[in-house]
Design a protein around this ligand. Structure first.
Ligand SMILES: Nc1ncnc2c1ncn2[C@@H]1O[C@H](COP(=O)(O)OP(=O)(O)OP(=O)(O)O)[C@@H](O)[C@H]1O
Ligand SMILES: [Mg+2]
Length: 442
C-alpha cells in the first residue's frame, strides 16, 4: 500500500544530510537522472547531470542553460542583505511561507549609482538538505526563465556561516501581494471580473511558456493562488520555483519524483503514482480557476463539512444548469459576464479531467481563456433557479453585509480587526499539508 507521509511543514521531515555540494557562491546542479522509461529523482541525493554515457537526450538541461545565463544574477554578500532589510527587521517582513520568511529590502543598483532598488528578500529555512535543494532549484530555474508572467530573480546569497548555512533569494518587489490575498483576505480589495480574467490569462501564459516555449520543458509543480504575485498594475507573475522540475527527456512520458506540492492543488494521478507531467500543473490551474470564480479556497476547514473541498462543492452547481451562478463569488456583486463564467468553468472542468491525457495543454487553456474574454457584458444576474435555499454560508452573508455598511467608520474598524484576525488564521491555515511520498520507481 502506498505510504503517504503528510507533514505540516516543508522541512518537518528529518533526513540525514547527504554529502551534497554546498557552494558558497555559484549554485551547482540538482538535476535528475535519466533512467529507464522515465526521468527519475532520488529525493535525498543531489546528483550532477551527466550528458555522457547512457544519455539519449539532445535537449540541454537546466543546469547547462543556467551556466550560460548565470552571469545575469547578482551574488549578494550576507552583509548587503542584512543592510538591505535592516537586519531582517520584523517591520520589513512581508510574508512567510513554508520555505521561509520574505522581507522588503532596498539594494544599491548594480553599478552603484542612482536610487536604491526595492526588492523582496526570501530567507530560506535551511534545516536539512531539502532547503538547499529548493534554493538551488529556484536559482537555476529563475536564472534561466524570462517571461513577463514569471517573477524576476535579481540575485542570491549563499554563505555557510558559523550558525549554519544561509540561503537567500532576491526578487523584484511585487507591490500588490498575491492572488490568494485578494481572493480570500478581506483586508485586501476584491478583484474585479476583468482583473480576475487578466490574472488567469497571464498565469496561464506563464505556465504555457514553461511547458511549451523553452528549450527544456519546465514543470512548475506548485501552482496555487499564493504563488501568483501581482505587480503595480495587478499583472500576475509566478513565484516560487523551489519545486520546479525539468520535464521528461526525449522519448519519456513522465518524470518520477517524490510527491511534493500543496494539498488541494496537486493532481490526484501525480499524488497516486509520483509520475509528474506538465498535465499535473494543468490540474492545479483548473483548481485555481475555480478559486477565481468562487472566491473560495480549494480546501477550507472552517466551513461546513460538505463545503470544505471546493471541487466537491462546485459539483452542486453544474455549468449548464440554472444553479450555476449561485457558486460565483459574492464579492463580484454580480458584475461579471455569465456566459464567460460558464466558459471558464467548462475550461476548469477539462483541466480537472481525471485522466491526465484528456487535460488540455496550457496553450490551449490560453486560447480558451481568450475566447471566454470575448464576452464583454458584465451582468451575472442569477437566472431563476430550481431551489431557493441559500447556498452561501454565513461567511459570505457577512461579507455582503459588511460591504454594504462599508461607509461607516466604526464598521470599517471592525472589518480591519476581523481581517487581522483572519490573517492570523490564514497563517495557521497556510501551514498546509505538504504531500510527500517515496518515489515509485518506474
Ligand atoms: N517578490 C515578492 N514581492 C513582494 N512580496 C513577495 C514576493 N515574494 C513573496 N512575497 C510575499 O511573501 C509571501 C510569502 O511568500 P512565500 O512564497 O514564501 O509563501 P506562500 O506562497 O504564501 O506559501 P508557500 O510557502 O506555500 O508557497 C507572499 O504571499 C507575498 O505576500
Ligand atoms: Mg509561495
Amino acid at each position: 500500500m502506498a505510504c503517504f507521509l503528510y507533514i505540516r511543514e516543508r522541512y518537518g521531515h528529518r533526513r540525514q544530510r547527504a554529502s551534497a555540494p554546498m557552494p558558497s557562491s555559484a549554485p551547482m546542479s540538482s538535476s535528475t537522472s535519466n533512467e529507464g522509461t522515465s526521468r527519475s529523482e532520488d529525493s535525498t541525493a543531489v546528483k550532477q547531470t551527466s550528458k555522457s554515457a547512457g544519455s539519449v537526450s539532445s535537449q540541454p538541461s537546466i543546469s547547462e542553460l543556467y551556466e550560460e545565463k548565470a552571469h545575469n544574477l547578482r551574488v549578494f554578500k550576507l552583509k548587503e542583505l542584512q543592510n538591505a532589510t535592516n537586519n531582517f527587521s520584523r517591520m520589513l517582513k512581508i510574508g512567510e511561507g513554508g520555505f521561509g520568511s520574505v522581507y522588503k529590502g532596498f539594494v544599491k543598483p548594480p553599478n552603484g549609482k542612482g536610487d536604491n532598488i526595492i526588492v523582496a528578500v526570501k530567507k530560506l529555512n535551511t534545516q536539512g538538505l531539502q532547503g538547499h535543494k529548493q534554493w538551488l532549484a529556484e536559482v537555476q530555474f529563475l536564472g534561466v526563465v524570462e517571461h513577463p508572467n514569471l517573477v524576476k530573480l535579481i540575485g542570491y546569497c549563499a554563505v555557510d556561516a558559523e550558525r549554519g548555512p544561509q540561503r537567500m533569494l532576491v526578487y523584484e518587489f511585487m507591490p500588490n501581494k498575491s492572488l490568494e490575498d485578494h481572493l480570500f483576505n478581506r483586508a485586501y480589495p476584491s478583484l474585479s471580473w476583468n482583473t480576475r480574467l487578466q490574472i488567469a490569462l497571464g498565469a496561464a501564459e506563464g505556465l504555457a511558456y514553461l511547458h511549451e516555449k523553452m528549450e527544456v520543458q519546465v514543470i512548475y509543480r506548485d501552482f496555487k493562488a499564493s504563488n501568483v504575485l501581482l505587480d503595480e498594475e495587478y499583472r500576475p507573475k509566478l513565484s516560487d520555483f523551489g519545486l520546479a522540475r525539468e520535464g521528461p527527456s526525449e522519448g519519456h512520458t513522465h518524470v518520477t519524483t517524490a510527491v511534493m506540492g500543496t494539498y488541494g492543488y496537486a493532481a490526484p494521478d501525480y499524488v497516486e503514482t509520483g509520475h509528474l507531467t506538465a498535465k499535473s500543473d494543468v490540474w492545479s490551474f483548473g483548481v485555481v480557476l475555480y478559486e477565481i470564480l468562487t472566491g473560495r479556497r480549494s480546501m477550507e476547514r472552517n466551513r461546513p463539512r460538505n463545503e470544505q473541498k471546493l471541487l466537491d462543492w462546485v459539483k452542486k452547481f453544474p455549468v449548464d444548469s440554472g444553479k450555476f451562478s449561485m457558486m460565483m463569488d459574492p464579492r463580484l456583486e454580480n458584475k461579471y459576464s455569465l456566459p464567460a463564467a460558464r466558459e471558464i468553468a467548462k475550461l476548469a472542468n477539462i483541466c480537472l479531467s481525471k485522466l491526465a491525457r484528456e487535460r488540455p495543454n496550457m496553450s490551449e487553456v490560453v486560447d480558451g481563456l481568450k475566447e471566454a474574454m470575448q464576452y464583454e457584458e458584465l451582468d451575472g444576474q442569477a437566472e431563476p433557479v430550481e431551489e431557493t435555499s441559500p447556498v452561501h454560508s454565513d461567511f459570505e452573508d457577512d461579507t455582503t453585509k459588511t460591504k454594504k455598511e462599508a461607509g461607516l467608520a466604526s464598521e470599517r474598524r471592525r472589518m480591519l480587526h476581523l481581517a487581522k484576525l483572519g490573517e492570523n488564521a490564514n497563517v495557521v491555515g497556510r501551514r498546509r499539508f505538504m504531500l510527500m511520498k517515496a518515489a515509485n520507481q518506474a
